[in-house]
Design a protein around this ligand. Sequence first.
Ligand SMILES: Nc1nc2c(ncn2[C@@H]2O[C@H](COP(=O)(O)OP(=O)(O)OP(=O)(O)O)[C@@H](O)[C@H]2O)c(=O)[nH]1
Ligand SMILES: [K+]
Ligand SMILES: [Mg+2]
Length: 499
Amino acid sequence: MWRVPWTLVARAARGPRRWGYPGKGPCTRQGSGSSVPRSGSTIFALSSGQGRCGIAVIRTSGPASGHALRSLTAPRDLPPARCACLRLLRDPCSGEPLDRALVLWFPGPQSFTAEDCAEFHVHGGPAVVSGVLQALGRVPGLRPAEAGEFTRRAFAHGKLSLTEVEGLADLIHAETEAQRRQALRQLDGELGHLCRGWAETLTKALAHVEAYIDFGEDDNLEEGVLERADSQVQELEVALGTHLRDARRGQRLRSGAHVVVAGPPNAGKSSLVNLLSRKPVSIVSSEPGTTRDVLETPVDLAGFPALLSDTAGLREGIGPVEQEGVRRARKRLEQADLILAVLDASDLASPSSCNFLDMVVSPAGAESPNGNRQRLLLVLNKSDLLPPGDPDPRLDLPPHLLLSCLTGEGLDSLLEALRKELAAVCGDPSTGPPLLTRARHQHHLQCCLDALGHYKQAKDVSLAAEALRVARGHLAHLAGGGGTEEILDIIFQDFCVGK
Ligand SMILES: Nc1nc2c(ncn2[C@@H]2O[C@H](COP(=O)(O)OP(=O)(O)OP(=O)(O)O)[C@@H](O)[C@H]2O)c(=O)[nH]1
Ligand SMILES: [K+]
Ligand SMILES: [Mg+2]
């Protein structure tokens, strides 16, 4: 890597700094110009869910919103901005009454999209909703919105950054508490904020390097300018590296951790899966070898999203069909983020129990070659079969929990233990830095980090400056500053019509 010539540093020891930092990083909350919607059009859509409901919300956005509101309402004057008013809605052509509804007027730019917006809170019957939608369609200049078009307009007008848009999409789809918390943090702009901070550091480093290029031979250059750029880059490398190591966790929280229930035959694995998912997913019977295929079900486990897999009981010396089941179970175990190992508490000395302890439970604590430790929770089921007064059958076992799927005893402790394990697997969205929730985030951070590597290896100063520009470009892409049309399309497709 190139270094500041010491002679220059000595010469540059005096004199004021003659350059300024650019005021803004690339990740400002500006939408990409390429995504500006077909200008002039006013869109409308049902923004609440489909189907019969108490209240349905219909929205419009665009310059004709005020006209639409006036056309449908009596009296025809616009209500005060952002105040709910009760109005009679009529079809603008036939004059036929449609509903008595609450209407709201949001003049731009103080609206969700920054355009003029109107909202109609109507009674949720299908005939009312379709009547109002048809009436809006007859107002000149209005057309039905496409999926995600309201959010796209908000983004185009700088109301939301790209990571905030993604947070909003996740919030709409959030099914568990942890997902909701993470999406809200992202919608609040925490990830974008972090990115802007990184981009600012990069801009400063670049300003230092460019100053060196411009004034390198100048007596007035401040001392150690390149060293300062170096240390800023190094600081950034550490921050990005920490975030990237966390990357899988945010994605797991978004799409669900893989939790695999495994154990010897008849331990009660299927009973546990049914108990945790609160529905009869798997067949339970007293016959060993009941479950053959891997059965997957999405569940909310202690507030975290998980994909719960029931598997065949692991044992040797069996027929070909069960053997295939055991092969699939082992394969699924390799992919698990968390193993729920189930043993029959009243049958711990059996060969299949001992074999499972040796082959699956003991190795799980050890660190794998790639540095990951596979997480495992050991559950001793059928505690109701233990003699009273002998609550814990085997103190020499690894840490474990007692449970009875039959009586439900021990379920609360198991859920608490699951919450802790899943917080470690997925990252806890109530604490710690914002997580990278998508592969797209990970990609741009990795590219940014690679460019910083090129900076360090650069043979001359202009190549080093170029590497910093590339790195900054990736951070800008992450927050949407340089978003290409295809990426935007993919992201906005996550939305329904009306959002
Ligand atoms: N007493 C008692 N019986 C249980 C408990 N949990 C499950 N069982 C019984 O144990 C038997 C086996 O339960 P399953 O859930 O089918 O066990 P499994 O591990 O899925 O069995 P395979 O799929 O055959 O490997 C059934 O008769 C269950 O009713 C429990 O907590 N207490
Ligand atoms: K069984
Ligand atoms: Mg089973």
